[in-house]
Design a protein around this ligand. Structure first.
Ligand code: SF4
Length: 286
């Protein structure tokens, strides 16, 4: 788990012990974590209008100033669990706007983090694919920032495409992909190159987990996305010598541990007392 998610969960638990708490949206995109928070009596609201507690928590994905002001105007106390690296992205976007750039975000248009990054802007574009870049209009100054969990190669590729498409424009790129995402992506790719099968653990709606699946699939033909150990199927490991295991930044350690045990069981490999790490490979004894 990245520090941003860990701190957000700790803050939610601490606040819930102090009084009734509602979280606006999913604190993290992981069903196991969400179930544990619900068991502690923490409510989740999809809209500020649904909130029935005096305190509302903003998730690690952050939100806009506009939305914070709207929430406070309703008389709610706001607790921000926004990850400091999402704040960095917000400051980058604010700097681009201040310096007169038309803001382009590389990310998923409907993702809560991207909505938070763009909600305070009057004009902006969001791109995720090459076709989105082809649909952009020309501006004298174009400022590009990214959703923190986008693969940095994709972001750089789209920035290069924007520069090629608008050679007359001043294109400024502020790299806001977070360090944990970059490290996890590059380690996962290195692992996938060596593995016959890769298992990626994380919530179905977790963007960084899905991106790990996509990146690994470029280097390994047998990549499976699982949410828990119950999803792991024995037939996936037929004739596999090396299995790679990685997880999204919002996946709890105990969920990963259970998946690892289940893989070892399915693959009929001896469970050795290897130290568990975020990413592990092991060879079936020959
Ligand atoms: S994935 Fe990155 S930006 Fe998101 S919570 Fe974790 S460290 Fe923060």
């Amino acid at each position: 788990m990245c520090f941003g998610v860990r701190d957000a969960i700790a803050l939610a638990v601490e606040q819930a012990e102090a009084g009734p708490l509602t979280i606006l949206g999913d604190l993290v995109h992981n069903p196991t974590v969400l179930g544990a928070l619900e068991a502690k009596g923490i409510a989740v609201a999809r809209d500020v209008g649904e909130v029935k507690t005096p305190t509302l928590m903003v998730t690690a994905h952050g939100t806009s100033e506009r939305s914070l002001a709207r929430t406070r105007a309703l008389g709610l106390r706001v607790v921000e669990a926004t990850c400091p690296l999402v704040h960095v992205a917000h400051r980058a976007v604010a700097a681009l706007r201040r310096d007169g750039y038309h803001v382009v975000i590389v990310g998923q248009r409907d993702h809560v983090e991207v909505r938070g990054l763009t909600d305070d802007l009057d004009g902006f574009d969001v791109v995720l694919e090459e076709d989105d870049v082809l649909a952009l209009e020309e501006h004298p100054r174009i400022g590009v920032a990214a959703q923190t969990t986008q693969p940095v190669e994709r972001v750089r590729h789209l920035v290069a495409l924007i520069r090629r498409r608008f050679p007359q424009s001043d294109v400024r790129f502020l790299d806001t992909v977070c360090k944990p995402t970059k490290e996890r992506q590059s380690a996962a790719v290195e692992m996938a190159r060596q593995a016959d099968v890769v298992i990626v653990v994380g919530g179905r709606s977790s963007n960084n987990t899905r991106e790990l699946v996509r990146s690994c699939a470029q280097y390994c033909g047998r990549v499976h996305h699982v949410q828990t150990d119950a999803d792991v199927r024995p037939e996936w490991f037929d004739a596999a010598n090396v299995v790679g295991l990685t997880a999204g930044t919002s996946t709890p350690d105990d969920v990963i541990d259970r998946v690892e045990s289940r893989i070892r069981l399915c693959a009929d490999a001896p469970v050795e007392a290897l130290p568990r790490s975020d990413q592990a490979t092991w060879r079936r004894p020959t």
